[in-house]
Ligand binder design. Structure first.
Ligand SMILES: Nc1ncnc2c1ncn2[C@@H]1O[C@H](COP(=O)(O)OP(=O)(O)O)[C@@H](O)[C@H]1O
Ligand SMILES: Nc1ccn([C@H]2C[C@H](O)[C@@H](COP(=O)(O)OP(=O)(O)O)O2)c(=O)n1
Ligand SMILES: [Mg+2]
Length: 214
């Protein structure tokens, strides 16, 4: 048997029910997917969606979509991403909340969030959501750097200068969040330095132990 995980549901407050068009609350289950830049979060989330019926919400993808949409925050977000810095959580949390409310699903993989203590505490305060568990992709810097330099998605932050800044931010700001969840028994750590297939075998064991087939 795999690890037994608390499968309690949590309520998502809508934050906007003035016009009655949004549900005032929605029960959701959330798994945070964390790991350094290039550790394979997005790649493995796509596999998890296919096999376990979650909806994938990448904080980075939501922020990049916000830039493209011409939002008033676009320039600020673009500058922060180019510098490898973390966008203030009120921006990112609004995007995540909206995506969860608009989705028909009630199971979400939140990829690349929370990335610092401010992200973590604000999300908990605003949404009252406690993650079921935290999937942590552990990978060596040299391997992550190699992957990012070969990612070829035209990202402004996949250059060696920004990559180094992002690694520093990961160690200084994101690892403490993982340690926080570790101290609460919530972290499921995976050796992400292996092939995509091998990593997914390890991921499957974790999700199989928490998924109740209806
Ligand atoms: N296990 C793996 N082995 C080799 N390359 C990988 C692996 N997982 C992902 N990649 C590749 O590495 C790059 C970064 O992966 P991605 O899923 O975008 O990571 P993250 O979202 O953590 O930054 C992508 O080009 C992806 O195809
Ligand atoms: N919670 C988050 C997530 C991402 N961002 C910004 C800062 C990050 O360097 C970029 C890119 O994040 P993304 O998760 O897409 O990057 P990786 O998939 O880890 O390479 O977005 C943020 O400010 N806050
Ligand atoms: Mg990613």
């Amino acid at each position: 048997m795999g690890t037994v995980v608390d499968a309690a549901s949590f309520e998502l407050a809508s934050g906007n029910d003035a016009n009655g068009s949004l549900p005032t609350e929605k029960k959701v289950k959330v798994v945070f997917v964390l790991g350094g830049p290039g550790s394979g979060k997005g790649t493995q989330c796509a596999n998890i969606v296919e096999h376990f019926g979650y909806t994938h919400l990448s904080a980075g993808d939501l922020l990049r979509a916000e830039i493209k949409s011409g939002s008033e925050n676009g320039t600020m977000i673009q500058n922060m991403i180019t510098e490898g810095k973390i966008v203030p959580s009120e921006v990112t949390i609004k995007l995540l909340q909206r995506a969860m409310q608009e989705s028909e699903n009630d199971k979400f993989l939140i990829d690349g969030f929370p990335r610092n203590e401010e992200n973590r505490a604000a999300f908990e305060r605003v949404t009252k959501i406690v993650p079921e568990f935290v999937l942590f992709f552990d990978c060596a810097d040299e391997e992550m750097e190699r992957r990012l330099l070969n990612r070829n998605q035209g990202r402004v932050d996949d250059n060696i200068e920004t990559i180094r800044k992002r690694f520093k931010v990961f160690v200084e700001s994101s690892l403490p969040v993982i340690e926080y969840y570790g101290s609460h028994g919530k972290v499921r750590k995976i050796d992400a330095g292996r092939s995509v297939e091998e990593v997914f075998e390890a991921v499957k064991i974790i999700f199989s132990s928490v998924t109740v087939v209806a």
